[in-house]
Structure formats: C-alpha cells, structure tokens
Design a protein around this ligand. Structure first.
Ligand code: ADP
Ligand code: MG
Length: 592
C-alpha cells in the first residue's frame, strides 16, 4: 500500500485510544476537569460499570456558550498557552485532548453555564460530530454525560472487562480523588445505589474513614514533613506559596503501623501536587522506610501527598499523566523515606513502654532524630564515606534507648525460646530472632562507620556457587569487602574465602555466602539486593533455634536486645517476643 495520511475519523479514534483505555479513564478526565474548574462538589453517576453511562456533575466555573464547541476540538485548552507554561503546570489537565477523545468514541452530552450567563448551553456529540445544540436552563457548573462508550469502536468494546471489574476501577479512582482533595465533596452512585461520599471537611483523615473504614483509619499514623504547615486546610494541588522555598518536598499523609499490612502494593497511594501517580521510586522509598518491620511479601497501607514546586516535576510523560518524572528524584526519595521512617520510629506503638511525643524531653527528640537517620543506612554509609572522619550516629551511643522494660531471665524452653519476667508480666523471646535484631543493628552501625570487624580464616575456604547465581561481579565483591569478607573469584562458579565478618565466624560460612551472593545478584535494585544480603548475613550469624544457652548467655542476649532501636521485630519483620501480661494471665486462669 502507498503511504497516505489517515482520515480525520481514523486518526481521532487512534488518538482517543491513548487517553480512553476504559470507562474509568473517562471518569478520570471528567473529574479532573471539574477539579480544574474550581468545583466544590463533584457528583459521579455510573451505570453498568460505565459501559452504559457515566455522568459527572460539578458546580465549577462552567464554559461560556461561545467556547463550548471549541472545548471538543483536539488540543483545545484554556489551561496553558505557551511552551514555557508546560514546565510549571498547576492544573490537572493541559493537553486539551480529553473531551475530544471521549467524544470521538461515545455519545456525549454537555450542559454547562457560567456565572455571567443567564442561560446555559446544551451540546450533543455522537462519534465526535455535533448532532444537537440548544440553550438550556441549568445551575452554574457543568454536567457531562457519556453514553455507550466505544459504540463505534467494536475492537475496543470487545476488550472491556466485566462490569464488576470496570466498576472497581471507577470506585478506586473516586476514592483516590477523595483522598487527594479532602476539601471537595465527592459522591459516587453505581446503578442508582450510593457507593461513596466524602464530606469535603478538608481533613484527609475523614476521607480515610470512608475509604478504608473506621477501624483501619484509627490505626493509621499521621505523616508530616513540615511542622509549621497545616495541610488539612490546604488548597489541594495548588501550591501554597509559603511551602515553596522551605524545603524541596512537603510530604503529608497517613501510613499504617507495622502491625497492619496487606498482601499487595495496591494499598500504596501517592499524589504529587494533587495528581495520583504510579511511581516505582516512591513505592521503593516507602518499603525502605518499613524495612525489616514488615513480614516479607506484605505491604503497608500508605496515602501520601507530596507537594513540590511544579517546575520540579515533569508530568508530560504519558497521555494519561499517571507517570511522572522528578527533576531531583534522589531528594524526593530521601524526603519520603525520612518522613515515613520518622513517623514509624516516633509513633511505634510499644504498649505501656513509651510516652506520647508531647512528654518527650529535648534529648529524647534529638535521639529519635538520629535514629531516623540510622534508618536511612545506605545513604548514611555513603555520607560517612564522603565526610570521612566524621562519625555517623550509632544507635549504640544511646543506651537509654531501651524500649523494653528490664527483664529477668528465668530459663529456656525447647532450646529455642527464652522465658523472662518483667514488670508487665511474662515474656517469651525467640532467641534466633532476637539475636538477629541485635546483630542487624550492630552491623548497620558498624557499616555506617566503615568499621565492620573481620576475621581471617585459618585456612581459606573454597565455595561453589549455584550455577544460576552466575559470575560474581566487581560491585558485589566491593560490597562483600565492606562487610568484612575477603572473597575472590576462583575460576568458574567457585570463590575463595580468606576472611569473614567476626559475627559470622561461628556460623555456616558456606551457606551464608551462597545466600548473600544470591541476594546481591537476584534483585535489579542494587540497594534492595544489598539489604537482602545483609539480612542473610545476620541470619546465618545469629544463634540457632535448638541451641542450649546458659543463663549468662541468655542474660547477655536480652541486655543487648534491650538496647536495640526496634527490639520487637527481627530484620525479617517477625516478632522477637510474645508478651503475656499479668492481667492476661489472670484472665486465662479465671481469676477475674
Ligand atoms: P484540558 O483539560 O487538558 O484543558 P479537556 O479536553 O479536558 O482539556 O478540556 C478542554 C477545555 O474545556 C478545558 O481546558 C476547559 O476550559 C474546558 N472544560 C472542560 N471541562 C470543564 C468543566 N467541567 N468545567 C469548566 N470547563 C471545562
Ligand atoms: Mg481535561
């Protein structure tokens, strides 16, 4: 076939396909337009998962009669006028594509009136062509009704998922906008039944209750990176002038405590300047902050709003605008990780042991601040390298850190658990998990100071790596040497080990090295691989379950555990101890 320019009809359907993937994409574009139009109330109505009908009503500015037709032309927008403005977009829309795209693949009716007009305008389009236009009395604002989506694109219609699936996408979308704009009232009606309603109180917490339920919301911890700021009265995505120069990124939101987790990542929600985004770096920053606090394969519930200068973000990456790029992604990563970590450390619920923040002394606050920094270990290690000579803070410099009460060791059960008594009752401590926690924090502190102690082996050890591990590269060797290993490739899949970290000297060196190298090479994210490797090292160094311990050894272990920053979980996120309070015991024995 010769090359020729596609007809307008075909071209517009192709372009529409980029923006309108499914019913939820239509709702997204219409809701964003309502928000951009300064609406205070946005009502969404959906029939048959959006296939039959989607209607979005707002009380925003409306569109003047003279411009209604133009709104449906491709690349027609009132939001930007020049290329320069692309770099500082403060509205959700700017491409001028949505209405044209939606209209091209549906039967669309818009009814709209501005405050200046006495009477509104009704415009109806089918497959992008205007079929009806008339004056119509209506309240100020805009109502867009989209019917029979993809009625003229059978290929697309075929690929729509079940009504239930499409409805879930729309539900999730409205939940997200509710959370991103707590000062707006959103409502959703599905097939005539109310499905969601936010109050517009301006408080994110109120929306959390609606989305996740009261019980979950009550457990969530509030995150805020700027103390003076009161985000609850914020104006959504429009940046408040006073936050602009304070810090690059303002992080605000709610996160679940380590005791509350879910099986998948879909509970991680991020908004950047009021825009919902899917971003691997942000998810990774959060999982780093929860590092070792959650069981593997579990994810927290997180709703975070990031505000930063619009010139720091490129949102013009993809037509759906859910992917973005940060100018300084390292800074954003650090800000998110720190804000989350600080919240976890500050508010970690340890029943009966910790006072509330208001009761903390200056020293306590300072100590916690340093703890947060220890949490950002990888970064810290780099910093220590850079400013060699300056000591990195260590959790071991803060002996008053004991978040556990003083415990008296009574004995050992099944050569695995230590029984201890404290003022709060009975404690059963998993000796392996507890020792892992101790060694992990010691290792982090030593690494930060570049002072991991190493022990030479009497005889070098040759170890065969499983062949799928592949050849171990320079970076991994470098990392291993930072940990106190002296390892060199010895042809094929074999390595020669001359020295190991002191803590591993009693452990199974061969197994440990295989697992550590596995961890290092398995993960595409270098830091994640390194963390896995660290945990393997600690796991193989820690005292095993099944080993008889003397009273003295147990006392030592408990003393060391008391001094860790997070004595309640091992680095895998499993609990180190079970606590039975005196009250619980009394209950069990029927004394009350
Ligand atoms: P964009 O949002 O990228 O500008 P759209 O195709 O979504 O492009 O909308 C085109 C224009 O129509 C917008 O720039 C805006 O001026 C106007 N418009 C669309 N929806 C609304 C609405 N709900 N209220 C007021 N104006 C609207
Ligand atoms: Mg738009």
């Amino acid at each position: 076939m010769p090359i020729r320019v596609l007809s307008e009809e075909v071209a517009s359907k192709i372009a529409a396909g980029e923006v309108v993937e499914r019913p939820a994409s239509v709702v997204k574009e219409l809701v964003e337009n309502s928000i951009d139009a300064g609406a205070r109330e946005v009502k969404v109505e959906v029939r048959q998962g959006g296939r039959r009908l989607m209607r979005v009503m707002d009380d925003g500015t409306g569109i003047p009669a003279a411009e209604v037709g133009l709104a449906f032309a491709r690349h027609a927008t009132s939001k930007i006028a020049s290329v320069e403005e692309l770099s500082s977009i403060a509205t959700l829309g700017f491409r001028g594509e949505a209405l044209a795209s939606v209209a091209a693949v549906s039967q669309l009716t818009i009814v709209t009136r501005t405050a200046e007009e006495d009477v509104g305008t009704l415009l109806r389009l089918e497959g992008g062509k205007v079929t009806q236009r008339q004056k119509k009395g209506c309240p100020q604002g805009t109502v867009v009704t989209v019917e029979n989506l993809f009625y003229n694109v059978p290929a697309r219609l075929k690929f729509l998922r079940s009504e239930v699936t499409e409805r879930k996408h729309i539900d999730g979308l409205i939940h997200r906008y509710g959370m991103a704009y707590p000062h707006l009232r959103f409502s959703l009606v599905n097939d005539g039944r109310p499905a969601f309603q936010s109050l517009g109180s301006g408080k994110l917490y109120d929306v959390l209750i609606k989305v996740y339920g009261l019980e979950t919301a009550q457990q969530m911890l509030e995150v805020r990176s700027l103390e003076a700021d009161d985000p609850s009265t914020g104006s959504g995505h429009r940046l408040k002038p006073e936050t602009q120069n304070l810090e690059l990124v303002d992080v605000y939101g709610y996160i679940s405590p380590p005791s509350l987790h879910r099986a998948n990542r879909s509970y991680l929600t991020f908004f950047v300047n009021g825009r919902w985004v899917q971003d691997r770096m942000l998810s990774y920053a959060v999982s780093e902050a929860y590092h070792t606090l959650l069981p593997t394969g579990r994810y927290p519930i997180v709703v975070l709003r990031l505000e930063l200068d619009p010139s720091q973000v490129d949102i013009n990456v993809h037509p759906t605008k859910s992917e973005i790029r940060f100018l300084d992604s390292n800074a954003v990563f650090a800000a998110v990780q720190k804000a989350v970590r600080r919240t976890l450390v500050d508010q970690m619920p340890v029943p009966g042991m910790m006072g509330r923040p208001s009761q903390w002394s200056e020293a306590e606050i300072e100590r916690r601040r340093k703890l947060v920094e220890v949490g950002t270990q990888t970064q810290l290690a780099l910093e220590a390298q850079r400013t060699a000579g300056i000591e990195a803070p260590s959790v071991f410099e803060f002996p008053e850190l004991a978040k556990l009460p003083p415990l008296r060791v009574l004995g050992q059960i099944a050569q695995t658990y230590i029984i201890a008594e404290g003022p709060e009752g009975l404690y059963l401590i998993d000796q392996h998990a507890a020792h892992e926690r101790v060694l992990y924090e010691r290792l982090m502190a030593e690494r930060a100071k570049m002072a991991v102690t190493s022990q030479a082996l009497l005889e070098p050890l040759t170890i065969e790596l499983p062949f799928q591990t592949g050849v171990i590269g320079g970076e991994s060797l470098e990392f291993l040497s930072q940990l106190g290993f002296d390892v060199e490739p010895f042809g094929g899949e074999t390595v020669l080990v001359r020295a190991v970290p002191v803590m591993l000297a009693q452990g199974d060196i061969g197994e440990a090295i295989v697992e550590i190298v596995d961890g290092l090479t398995e993960d595409e994210v270098a830091e994640a691989g390194e963390e896995k490797a660290l945990i393997s090292l600690v796991c193989h160094s820690a005292v095993r379950a099944g080993k008889t311990l003397s009273l003295e050894e147990m006392r030592n272990l408990i003393r060391q555990l008391e001094q860790t920053a997070m004595p309640r979980t091992c680095p895998h996120g499993r609990p180190t101890m079970i606590h039975l309070s005196a009250a619980q015991l009394a209950r069990e024995f029927g004394r009350r």
